[in-house]
Ligand binder design. Sequence first.
Ligand SMILES: NC(=O)c1ccc[n+]([C@@H]2O[C@H](COP(=O)([O-])OP(=O)(O)OC[C@H]3O[C@@H](n4cnc5c(N)ncnc54)[C@H](O)[C@@H]3O)[C@@H](O)[C@H]2O)c1
Length: 353
Amino acid sequence: MVRVGIVGFGYWGPNIVRCFADLPDCKLTAVCDKSLDRLIQIKDRYPAVHAFETFDQLLSSGLVDAVVIATPTASHFSLAMQALERGLHVMVEKPLAETGEQCRELMATADANGCTLFVGHIFLHSSPVIKLREMIAEGELGRINYISSRRLNLGPVRKDVNALFDLATHDISMMLYLLGERPVRVSCSGIDLLKPGNHDVCNLTMHFPDNRMGMIHVSWLDPRKERVLTVVGDRKMAVYDDLDQEKIKIYDKGIVAPPPTGDFADFQISYRYGGSYSPFIQEREPLKAECGDFIRCIVDSKVPVTGGENGLAVVEVLEAANRSLTLNGAPVAVGLAGVEATTATADLKRVAR
Ligand SMILES: NC(=O)c1ccc[n+]([C@@H]2O[C@H](COP(=O)([O-])OP(=O)(O)OC[C@H]3O[C@@H](n4cnc5c(N)ncnc54)[C@H](O)[C@@H]3O)[C@@H](O)[C@H]2O)c1
């Protein structure tokens, strides 16, 4: 029986607490929040659970084998590191940390102490996304040319991170999972209207190997809520609308271009307008599936799909995209190459000044 403690009982934490309280093979033993009001609410709802005001009290209590971190992004690295150093298994809400370097340190500490490190990329536990991945793997959509997504709404506005870190994390995690690879470079532009330096609206373009692309538009200043992801293959196309009852629609549509002949007059494109259908999807609550997977990974010593590597891959894209934002949308290489190139550019700028 894995004993679980949760830190952060704000907006998202109560959902996580509810899921762990319902799951088999684990026991929710402790919750921590630095806000006294939130502690009172915990005790009201879960009288048997121990409530702590500081993370150190929770860690020292001896009541937990695993901790779940549901606090703002800036605190993820420090809290996760403290728990891993004590040999506890850790699940961190998205994104895993603020930088790739922090992710690597967490991964190394988890490995050294034999701990499971797990990140809350919730959509990789949702049935429609798993179905899409299966269809792509079976070749039903053909070669995937690009994926685009829109994640828009009026709020909720965050002060601690920009819309990229808050919202695009979900889309990046899905696109990397569906394409099964990482982008080589990104460019990102946006606007900061509410708080200087904290972008509210962002357009991110990711370039993958073999001329494939991912495009993400996120905003918390939009009048309508949208959660749409479109996968364009050369055989079929799929639209995943998380707000629709029929979450996935497959379109048997496409364009066929003749082999190049060099003579423009021969260039006759043909359009294929087939039908559309919605595949059956066995629905389940993604958050409960995610929490259950964390416990199974601990019990069965399984490597999580959403483990440290996966968390790092997403954070490296976010890091490069953030750098591109400050460079007015200039392309930035993803990963260590991007970090080095940008440091070199910054050094050159300093020298030029
Ligand atoms: N997967 C999803 O769909 C989803 C949705 C919302 C939020 N999240 C993630 O969940 C995390 C939390 O987001 P939120 O919206 O709940 O934030 P929030 O600000 O509403 O809540 C955070 C809570 O953590 C507490 N806290 C902060 N630092 C603490 C510390 N050092 N020790 C103890 N308590 C501390 C605060 O008092 C607060 O109650 C973020 O990483 C966010 O990205 C994920």
